[in-house]
Design a protein around this ligand. Structure first.
Ligand SMILES: NC(=O)c1ccc[n+]([C@@H]2O[C@H](COP(=O)([O-])OP(=O)(O)OC[C@H]3O[C@@H](n4cnc5c(N)ncnc54)[C@H](OP(=O)(O)O)[C@@H]3O)[C@@H](O)[C@H]2O)c1
Length: 302
C-alpha cells in the first residue's frame, strides 16, 4: 500500500470534513475522527478512501488507541491535521470559568492529547507533518473572547515551541490560522464576518500549504490575515484604541457596512493613533468591510 495517509480530527463537519474530501479526491487515504459517528459514516459512504475513527479528543488514552488503529490500518501516517474546536459566542462575553475550562479542554488540551498520541511515532519515523489548527483570534486579544481567543493563543505558542522540538527529528510542525470560514461553528455568529469564505476554499488553501509548500504558518484569506498581522505589530495603545473603535462602532451600527478595498485598509490602519481622524477619502471598492471606521474615538488606555 503506497498511498499516503492523513489523519484529520474534527473531520465530521466544516473545515476538517472539507479537507478530508479534498485529500481523498487527491488520492490519499484519509482517516477522520470526531465524536458524531453518524456524520463520519455519512462522509465515508460518499468517498471510498475516507475511513471513520470516532474519537473524543478529551480522552487521552482513546487518542493513543485510535492513532494506533489508524497506523495499523494504513501501515503508516504521513500528516496529522488536528482541527477539533469549540466556540460559543454567547458564552464568551463574561468570565465563566467552567465554560472557559471546557473550551481549553477541547481546543488546547484536546489538541495536546492528539499531539502526544503521535509524538513517539513521528519522532521515531523522522519525517511527516503535525498540523495544529489555530485561528486569527489567537493573534492578539479581542473583545468578547474570554475562552476561545486565549485557547488559540496558547496553541500558537505551543506550535512554535513544538516546531523546535519536532524539528530536531525532521518532523514538520505547521500552524493553520483561518480567517472567517462558513461552517457550523461560525453559523452561530451574530455579527457580520469580513472576508467570509467557504470550507472548500479553506481546504484548497490548506492542501496547497501542506503538500506544495513548506512554511510554518498557513493563513488565509490573505486579504484579512495581512490586516490582522499588521494590527498585531501595533503598539498596545494604538491596538486597543483601534479595536475599541471598531467594536464600539459595530455594536452601534450593526447593519452598517463600509465598502472599501482591502489594500486600503492596510494603509489606513497604520496611521491610526487613537485620536480623531476623518476617513472621508476612502474609496468604494469590491470588499464589504463591516468593521467600519467611526468618526469619533472612545477612550484609549494610556
Ligand atoms: N470557521 C472559522 O471561521 C474558523 C476560523 C478560525 C479557526 N477555526 C478553527 O478551525 C477548526 C475547525 O472548525 P470549523 O469551523 O470547521 O468548525 P466545526 O464545523 O464546528 O468543526 C469542529 C469539529 O470539531 C469536532 N469536535 C469538537 N469537540 C470535539 C471533541 N471533544 N472530540 C472530538 N472532536 C470534537 C466536531 O465534531 P463532533 O462534534 O462530531 O465531535 C467538528 O468536527 C477549529 O479548531 C476552529 O477553532 C475556524
Amino acid at each position: 500500500m503506497n498511498k499516503k495517509t492523513i489523519w484529520i480530527t474534527g473531520g465530521s463537519t466544516g473545515i476538517g470534513k472539507a479537507l478530508a474530501i479534498k485529500f481523498a479526491k487527491e488520492g490519499w487515504n484519509v482517516a477522520i475522527s470526531a465524536r458524531r459517528e453518524n456524520l463520519l459514516k455519512e462522509t465515508c459512504g460518499e468517498h471510498e478512501n475516507i475511513s471513520s475513527f470516532p474519537l473524543d479528543v478529551t480522552d487521552k488514552n482513546k487518542c493513543k488507541e485510535v492513532f494506533q488503529n489508524i497506523v495499523d490500518t494504513f501501515q503508516g501516517v504521513d500528516i496529522c491535521f488536528f482541527s477539533t474546536g469549540t466556540w460559543d459566542p454567547k458564552k464568551e462575553k463574561d468570565i465563566d470559568v467552567e465554560q472557559i475550562e471546557n473550551v481549553f479542554k477541547v481546543n488546547f488540551f484536546g489538541t495536546l492529547n492528539s499531539i502526544k498520541a503521535v509524538e513517539k511515532y513521528f519522532k521515531d519515523r523522522k519525517s511527516g507533518t503535525i498540523t495544529i489548527v489555530s485561528s486569527i483570534a489567537g493573534y492578539r486579544g479581542l473583545p468578547n473572547s474570554t475562552g476561545y481567543g486565549p485557547s488559540k493563543s496558547a496553541l500558537n505558542n505551543l506550535a512554535e515551541s513544538l516546531y523546535f522540538d519536532f524539528g530536531r527529528s525532521n518532523v514538520r510542525v505547521c500552524l493553520v490560522s483561518p480567517g472567517f470560514i462558513k461552517t457550523p461553528m461560525t453559523d452561530k455568529n451574530d455579527f457580520k464576518m469580513p472576508f467570509l469564505k467557504t470550507s472548500e476554499y479553506a481546504a484548497e488553501k490548506i492542501y496547497d500549504g501542506l503538500v506544495n509548500k513548506n512554511s510554518f504558518e498557513i493563513h488565509f484569506p490573505k486579504s484579512l490575515t495581512t490586516i490582522l498581522k499588521v494590527l498585531s505589530f501595533l503598539p498596545n495603545k494604538i491596538y486597543f484604541g483601534l479595536i475599541g473603535k471598531l467594536t464600539k462602532y459595530q455594536k452601534k451600527k450593526r447593519s452598517s457596512c463600509l465598502k472599501i478595498q482591502s489594500s486600503k485598509v492596510i494603509f489606513i490602519s497604520l496611521p491610526l493613533t487613537g485620536t480623531n481622524k476623518t476617513y472621508s477619502n476612502l474609496k468604494a471598492g469590491p470588499y464589504e468591510y463591516p468593521l467600519a471606521l467611526p468618526t469619533t474615538s472612545p477612550a484609549v488606555p494610556s
